[in-house]
Design a protein around this ligand. Structure first.
Ligand code: 5GP
Length: 116
């Protein structure tokens, strides 16, 4: 059973969001608490809880998420300077919303990935 999350409601259109892209497999919208000038979340339309729950059948949607991230980075004007894509998985990964999502972050230097 999949828990109904805020992101599932955004995908269904039941909760408003600043949606920047949508197709048959994924939806992308701006993070409500942005950590960088560009902070977009790219989520599968299907409610996969975490990266640890994916299987071979999810390869098309996982590929789409990355391709859309690259396209949106170009559209946002951050491709030249560079950006970061990030997926938090479960408790130790700091995942807050249990509907798989990829963070696209950029628009300023983001520093090293993790503190020591
Ligand atoms: P996580 O920590 O699960 O990888 O990231 C969840 C992200 O979702 C956070 O950056 C948080 O700001 C964002 N978020 C949480 N609730 C909402 C919401 O209702 N709308 C939008 N657009 N973003 C949300």
């Amino acid at each position: 059973m999949t828990i109904d999350t805020i992101f599932a409601r955004i995908v269904r259109g039941d909760v408003p969001a600043d949606i920047v892209y949508r197709d048959d497999l994924v939806t992308a919208f701006r993070d409500i608490r942005p950590l960088a000038p560009t902070h977009i979340l790219i989520v599968p339309n299907e409610a996969i809880p975490t990266l640890a729950d994916v299987s071979a059948g999810h390869e098309p949607v996982l590929g789409r998420m990355l391709r859309v991230a690259a396209d949106l980075a170009a559209r946002e004007g951050i491709a030249q300077g560079g950006y970061r894509v990030m997926i938090n998985c479960r408790d130790h990964g700091g995942q807050e919303v249990y509907h798989l999502h990829l963070h696209l972050l950029g628009g300023r230097p983001l520093g090293r990935m993790l503190g020591r």
